[in-house]
Design a protein around this ligand. Structure first.
Ligand code: C2O
Ligand code: CU
Length: 500
């Protein structure tokens, strides 16, 4: 595990310092909102859809008129959206044309371990030897590598917005920053049966922050432009990297034209480290309700109404906003109350016209949510997410230890119900692979309204203790749990979970 803590000399700080872009930035709400392309299957066999994705570098304009090199899935940032049906398997063949090894993880997927994107299961660039030493962890037996890799996703899980992203050991954060994220929407009959807004009235939104260097490249606190070495451990890196440009679906502070009807927003915080507190505000200062209908792992039992909604890195919220009653020409801004200056702005909706609204938000959204009771739990486990240090230096650790692929941190029985109690020093969004959980308590009290439903990521606020309850009813195998502040993750705040 020494690699994970190597060369960390700065004391990690809980509040990131924001990088400043060195190029002119556009006025907010002048760039149209892009909709990422939906990936078409390259074929269908034995009831499964087969997709192909090539990971490659492109030069694209995120900021108008400013060419920026990106690392992409199929040439776009975000990558193409995969749309799948519950219970219908999907395979994705990834080919790596990037200069570095990669790993693909479907976040929120209940995936067999061999396809889950374990951080040492690499997709190598063409021409790389399997045991090229430079990028391997300390235990070479832990590494499996290929030039292409086919990932298999059974998707026997509820309709939800999942996302896929890079997960290579120690290098996830810079790879995500450079563009390796995409959305994956699982659909099912239960969701179809509801009259939630659909078609153009359903928008999947990848929200992230970035910063741009004077030459247009993405700024990142790294010493090596190819990231062939460990990123320089500056204070800005250690706390989690923050940019000064808010990018939605790959466009800075975009604007989108809408009918004056309900819209369903599938919100994903794909930022490395930035937290948001979103609200929808009209130009005359009125806040529209954000009616939450789903969480990370799908529909809630019943809607929950918010006026502001916190979004930690990797969390998803499924909300309905009603633009009815707003006169054509009016504007609604999605604003970030945690931002300062330009990072308060996120995107805007311009009401174009009145229209008929077929949608409805039912009082009961679903009745199939599992209920786990504390009395069923066969174990209560404690995990401290804190800064730490070893002889090699400082990092971010779980229970005092940096990630080590050769160590099993927790072994749980398939089917066991357990309570996991997390504590935090600073803000840490904690994510479990393979499972979904409910928040039981937050700060010793009842969960907050936005903790509702089935989740796979829970935001621990500074100093807070959060208990979640879960049933490990997925699959056997070796999985992970970790902080989803991507820099914290790379600095060791990750652990192995073995389901047996
Ligand atoms: Cu979004 Cu372990 O990942
Ligand atoms: Cu963290």
């Amino acid at each position: 595990g020494a690699h994970a803590a190597a060369a960390l000399t700065h004391r990690p700080s809980g509040t990131g310092r924001q990088l400043r872009s060195a190029v002119p930035l556009p006025e907010p709400y002048t760039v149209p909102l892009p909709v990422p392309p939906v990936l078409a299957p390259s074929g269908t066999s034995r009831g499964a859809d087969r997709y192909e994705i090539t990971q490659r570098r492109v030069t694209a304009e995120i900021l108008p008129g400013v060419p920026t090199e990106l690392w992409t899935y199929n040439g776009t940032y975000p990558g193409p959206t995969v749309e799948s049906r519950r219970g219908r398997p999907v395979t994705v063949l990834h080919r790596n044309e990037l200069p570095v090894p990669t790993v693909v993880h479907l976040h929120g997927g209940r995936t067999p371990a061999g396809s889950d994107g374990y951080p040492t299961d690499l997709v190598l660039p063409d021409g790389w030897a399997v045991h090229d030493g430079a990028h391997m962890p300390s235990d070479p037996r832990a590494v499996t590598s290929r030039v292409t890799r086919e990932y298999t996703y059974p998707l026997d899980q509820r309709a939800a917005l999942l996302w896929y992203h890079d997960h290579r050991m120690d290098f996830t954060a810079p790879a995500i920053w450079r563009g390796l994220t995409g959305m994956h929407l699982v659909r099912d009959a239960a969701e179809d049966a509801l009259d939630l807004p659909r078609g153009e009235r359903e928008l999947a939104l990848t929200i992230a922050d970035r910063a741009f260097a004077a030459d247009g490249s993405l700024a990142y606190p790294s010493l090596d432009p190819e990231l062939r070495e460990r990123p320089g451990v500056t204070a800005a890196y250690a706390a989690g990297v923050l940019g000064d440009v808010i990018v939605v679906n790959g466009a800075p502070w975009p604007a989108h034209e809408v009918d004056a009807v309900r819209h369903r927003l599938r919100l994903l915080n794909a930022s490395n480290a930035r937290h948001y507190r979103l609200e929808a505000v009209t130009d005359d200062g009125r806040r529209l309700d954000l009616v939450q209908v789903g969480a990370d792992q799908g529909l809630l039992a019943a809607p929950v109404t918010h006026t502001a909604l916190p979004l930690a890195p990797s969390e998803r919220y499924d909300v309905v906003v009603d633009f009815a009653g707003l006169p054509p020409g009016s504007r609604v801004r999605l604003r970030n109350r945690l931002g300062a200056g330009r990072t308060r702005d996120v995107m805007a909706f311009r009401v174009a016209r009145r229209a008929y609204d077929h949608s409805r938000i039912p009082e009961e959204l679903c009745d199939d949510l599992p209920v786990w009771r504390r009395s069923q739990a066969t174990a209560v486990r404690e995990f401290a997410f804190r800064a730490g240090h070893t002889a090699q230096g400082r990092g971010w650790f779980v229970n005092g230890r940096p990630f080590d692929p050769a160590r099993t941190d927790v072994r749980v029985r398939l089917g066991a119900v357990e309570v996991w109690r997390f504590t935090a020093d600073v803000h840490h969004p904690v994510h479990l692979h393979q499972t979904r959980f409910r928040v039981l308590t937050r700060g010793g009290r009842a969960p907050l309204p936005h903790d509702a439903g089935l989740k796979d990521t829970v935001s621990l606020r500074p100093g807070e203790t959060v208990e979640v309850i879960t049933c490990f009813d997925g699959r056997r195998g070796r999985y992970l749990f970790h902080c989803h502040n991507a820099e914290h993750e790379d600095m060791g705040m990750m652990a192995n979970l073995e389901i047996v």
